[in-house]
Design a protein around this ligand. Structure first.
Ligand code: NAD
Length: 356
């Protein structure tokens, strides 16, 4: 019997309505919020999804704002807030991935408008009180309970159109939240259970999605895993992996989910000796012996990118990237050693198997 470590437990989790076809419960869920006029948010590419929502909620739709983009530029956030005010919206429905949810959070931060999230990727932002807004090219992030969505509708039918490559990388982005949650400073037994189950659900569903993107059971399994992994991200801390990805995304504009996919095996290898119990649980969830190698092989098998050089990183930036990632580091089970981080980045750049 393993001994139970000391821990503290708080949780902040939105109401969840899960299941294929659950979008039909939107009107009921708007009523539960005590709202009557919803502003629907989406990216330009997902306008059709927003129009489906508009049809479902009829007179409860105040309008559609279809300008959500990656990293929530402050100008977009201001424009969306102004429109919400003009249209006298009393809630916002964010239909899309982390970028659209992020726009909803930026509105809620200033206006306290309740957010109803309808996620269509596996990024998990809908489960966290973490927001990010980009001003003058710099993304500021913070935590505020006002931005946590009140309700989340997980309808796997909306993920059927998520391209296979983005399904895989977004799913591994979710796995990264859970993996770091298992060795986080604030880890606790409940979040660790969610993390292991979330990784297992995604590791089993993603190969089935690659085999058949229309497999609704696999889509349900992946969205279920994304929920659990997002809950872990929202309730315990982030470490080296997320710091590296924030550096690569923020300073070099690399694509979010692909960056997570490439970096995760290397961050796990870096931390392996310092977090043996977490590694054992990650490996068990993946059905493998070695967490870092298991993640690398899963990404490879699913056709995901494994080298930073293939997604736009430049070799001459690796030194500076190692410097930035080593400064103001997040808590990590193994101390951050700049030279070891530089070696890690070199492995990730070239797409080598993780060291260790
Ligand atoms: P995204 O929201 O940027 O979406 C990527 C593209 O896929 C967009 O064009 C979108 O319209 C499209 N798309 C989304 N779902 C689709 C579907 N079902 N079918 C077809 N196309 C679809 O990507 P993402 O990876 O979900 O989110 C990334 C952003 O979220 C980053 O800015 C990241 O920082 C943020 N994020 C924040 C948190 C948090 O807790 N605050 C957590 C995870 C991610």
């Amino acid at each position: 019997m393993n001994s139970v470590p000391n821990f503290q437990f708080d949780s902040q989790l939105p109401r969840v309505v899960f299941g294929a076809g659950s979008l039909r419960h939107l009107e009921r869920e708007i009523d539960r919020l005590g709202a009557i006029r919803a502003l629907v948010l989406c990216t330009p590419e997902q306008r059709a999804n927003a129009e489906v929502v508009q049809t479902i909620i009829g007179a409860r739709c105040a309008g559609i704002f279809d300008q959500a983009v990656m990293h929530v530029p402050i100008e977009t956030a201001r424009a969306a807030r102004d429109i919400a005010r003009e249209l006298q919206a009393d809630c916002a429905i964010a239909v899309g991935g982390g970028s659209t949810t992020g726009l909803g959070k930026a509105i809620a931060l200033e206006s306290a408008l309740p957010i109803l999230a309808v996620p269509t990727t596996y990024a998990g932002s809908e489960m966290t009180p973490i927001y990010g807004i980009t001003e003058n090219g710099i993304k500021k992030t913070g935590r505020d309970s006002r931005v946590l969505p009140q309700t989340v509708i997980y309808d796997p039918e909306l993920t059927l159109t998520l391209p296979t490559r983005l399904s895989v990388t977004s799913g591994i982005n979710a796995i990264a939240h859970a993996a770091e949650g298992l060795y986080a400073q604030e880890s606790n037994p409940i979040m660790s259970l969610l993390a292991e189950e979330g990784i297992r659900a995604l590791a089993q569903s993603l190969p089935a999605i690659v085999a058949d993107p229309a497999d609704i059971a696999a889509r349900s399994g992946a969205l279920y895993g994304a929920w659990l992994c997002g809950a872990v991200l929202g309730n315990v801390g982030m470490s080296l992996h997320h710091k590296l990805c924030h550096t690569l995304g923020g300073s070099y504009n690399l694509p979010h989910a692909e960056t997570h996919t490439i970096v995760l095996p290397h961050a796990l290898a870096y931390n392996a000796a310092a977090a043996p119990d977490a590694m054992r649980r990650i490996a068990r969830a993946l059905g493998t012996d070695d967490a870092a190698l298991g993640m690398y092989e899963l990404a490879h098998r699913l056709g995901a990118p494994v080298a930073l050089k293939d997604i736009g990183m430049r070799e001459q930036e690796l030194d500076r990237c190692a410097d930035i990632a080593s400064q103001n580091a997040y808590w990590n089970p193994r101390p951050i050693e700049r030279d070891a981080i530089r070696t890690l980045l070199d492995d990730a750049y070239r797409g080598r198997a993780p060291a260790g």
